[in-house]
Write a protein that binds this ligand. Structure first.
Ligand code: AMP
Ligand code: ZN
Length: 104
């Protein structure tokens, strides 16, 4: 499968990676829209939140926790979390990703 985020997870292409565990990976957005702009992705390929299955619940829970922990590690107290679901909502990469964006 030709998925850029799967390749980042597997370290087949380079990214500025902040964190990785058995469920998810955190890396910096290549085209940041905030001073700090991270993406948190499940290691498993899931195209959109609409494709999430019950078995994926632990991964989604971990993504939220890791987003919080990584934001705090980088000194953010306030930040925005965003997931676009579907092309019409602006989703461009069809591997679920949680945007973590600083507000200043
Ligand atoms: P979305 O519009 O929600 O699908 O967001 C996709 C995001 O992925 C955009 O903010 C892109 O800048 C980012 N992106 C695309 N390719 C890469 C890459 N190779 N490394 C890091 N971020 C990327
Ligand atoms: Zn993928």
């Amino acid at each position: 499968m030709d998925c850029i985020f799967c390749k980042i997870v597997k370290k087949e292409i380079l990214s500025k990676m902040e964190y990785q565990d058995e469920f998810c990976t955190v890396f910096h957005d290549i085209n940041p829209r905030a001073k700090i702009h991270l993406l948190v992705v499940p290691n498993k390929h899931i195209a959109t939140v609409n494709d999430m299955e019950t078995a994926d619940e632990p991964a989604f829970g971990r993504m939220l926790k890791v987003a919080r922990d990584t934001a705090q590690k980088l000194g953010l107290n306030a930040y925005k979390l965003l997931i676009s679901v579907g092309k019409e909502a602006g989703q461009e990469v069809f591997h679920v990703h949680l945007h973590v964006m600083s507000v200043s």
